[in-house]
Design a protein around this ligand. Structure first.
Ligand code: SF4
Length: 169
């Protein structure tokens, strides 16, 4: 992940009665940064938005940038929903399992059916399974620093040699 691969977080819903509605957020707006940091996913967004004082850079649907300041109670949710939880794209699997169900998909289906999701963020947020074989040192450090637990690991086999053979690492 590079900072340039992080896209503004596009809003798909503003919850009625929420802080975001009161401030005037609209569907189609996108959050560029929060207190000077560009969130790369929903985990960053939730972490950054927990603060009492928020300085948001917001891109509206006409391409205009707005600076929005919000003062709220610690941990209060803004009431925004986004088109995706991953603002920098999906981390895919780098294994080559001989039984891979994705490789066995027939051709001609929608693109998302061919994505090999192995993204620890989706495991933390939604409980999807992952193998932990594709993480850089930086991602391991982030998991530790942000205490991203539990993660749901598809072990395949507990014997290291057999696991390596199954995952074709
Ligand atoms: S880990 Fe899952 S997606 Fe990746 S190759 Fe193995 S079966 Fe396919």
């Amino acid at each position: 992940m590079t900072l340039s691969s992080v896209r503004p977080a596009k809003i798909t819903n503003v919850l009625p009665g929420s802080i975001a509605e009161e401030v005037g957020f609209e569907v189609g707006d996108a959050i560029v940064s929060i207190n000077g940091t560009q969130p790369r996913d929903l985990i960053d967004y939730n972490f950054l938005c927990a603060d009492e004082f928020l300085a948001l850079e917001v891109l509206d649907s006409h391409g205009k940038i707005h600076q929005v300041e919000i003062e709220k109670d610690y941990d209060d949710n803004l009431g925004l929903e986004f088109e995706t939880a991953l603002f920098d794209g999906l981390i895919q699997c780098n294994n080559r399992c001989p039984f891979c169900f994705i490789d066995q998909q027939p051709p001609g289906k929608r693109d998302t059916l061919y994505l090999k999701d192995d993204d620890y963020r989706l495991s933390f947020l939604y409980g999807s399974y992952l193998t932990l074989t594709n993480l850089t040192q930086k991602e391991w450090q982030r998991i530790e620093a942000m205490r991203l637990s539990p993660l749901f690991v598809s072990v395949h086999a507990t014997e290291p040699d057999i696991r390596i053979r199954l995952l074709k690492k």
